[in-house]
Write a protein that binds this ligand. Structure first.
Ligand SMILES: Cc1cc2nc3c(=O)[nH]c(=O)nc-3n(C[C@H](O)[C@H](O)[C@H](O)COP(=O)(O)O)c2cc1C
Length: 227
């Protein structure tokens, strides 16, 4: 699989088969992902990867827990602004529309709760790092996570990034024995094989056109006029 195929075929999978993932595959992907770039080569990423009984034990704890109040970090802020609110609504309409779940239905919350069991994925990577890391390092961790998700495609595997795990950051840190005060629990990556028949893995995903988020300068004479 080339890079373009990996990018095009990755999607956030929200229904997994229970097919186990061998340790060697997970290790190979994470070993290769070490080559992701990071500012100053800090490599600020750290992770705990769970499968089998340890994953089931964590999920049991999560299902019995309450969300953090307040949350350790708030990923929802852009949703207050019209442009981003509209994008979130469009995602909800596509995803829940594909599942046949109406706008006001309680089933939306029921489906969202499936985040806690990572949509049935057999492996969960939990990404965490020292609390003193700032925006630049969070962005480095994002690049590492995307590198992992693309390498997973190369192995025929699928993923779903899960900031939902951050909503239960304190519960997860306590359960894993991570420092409550010195560690940020950023997000999870659910890992496994997609259920190809499930509607939630088949809905159309929107993206804004290039002209709305990129400005090209100086490309006159290089084909810009024809574009
Ligand atoms: C950092 C990050 C966290 C995310 N957290 C969640 C999550 O908690 N639950 C979920 O269902 N999807 C989550 N997503 C998936 C996004 O909704 C998804 O990437 C977006 O809708 C685009 O769809 P696609 O990934 O299928 O292309 C997350 C994505 C990213 C990058």
């Amino acid at each position: 699989m080339d890079v373009s195929e990996a990018v095009a075929s990755r999607r956030s999978v929200r229904a997994f088969l229970d097919t186990p993932v061998p340790f060697a595959t997970v290790e190979r992907v994470l070993d290769r992902a070490r080559m992701a770039p990071s500012g100053c080569n800090f490599q600020p990423w750290e992770a705990t990867v769970l499968t089998g009984a340890p994953l089931k034990a964590l999920q049991k704890v999560l299902l019995a827990a309450q969300p953090d109040d307040p949350m350790e970090y708030d990923f929802s802020v852009p949703g207050q602004y019209p442009k981003y609110k509209q994008r979130l609504s469009a995602l909800g309409a596509s995803m829940y529309g594909g599942l046949g779940i109406a706008r006001q239905s309680d089933m939306r919350a029921v489906f969202a709760q499936k985040n806690l069991t990572s949509f049935g994925a057999p492996v969960l990577l939990l990404s965490h790092f020292p609390k003193f890391m700032l925006a630049a390092q969070w962005s480095d961790v994002g690049m590492w996570l995307q590198t992992i998700m693309l390498l997973l495609r190369d192995e025929g595997l699928d993923s779903c990034p899960q900031e939902w795990m951050g909503v239960y950051g304190r519960t997860i840190k306590a359960h894993l024995g991570l420092s409550m005060d010195d560690t940020t629990l950023f997000c999870g990556i659910a890992i496994g094989h997609r259920d190809p028949d499930h509607a939630v893995n088949r809905f159309e995903r929107d993206r804004v056109p290039l002209a709305e988020h990129v400005t090209f300068l100086g490309f006159e004479g290089l084909g810009f006029e024809e574009a």
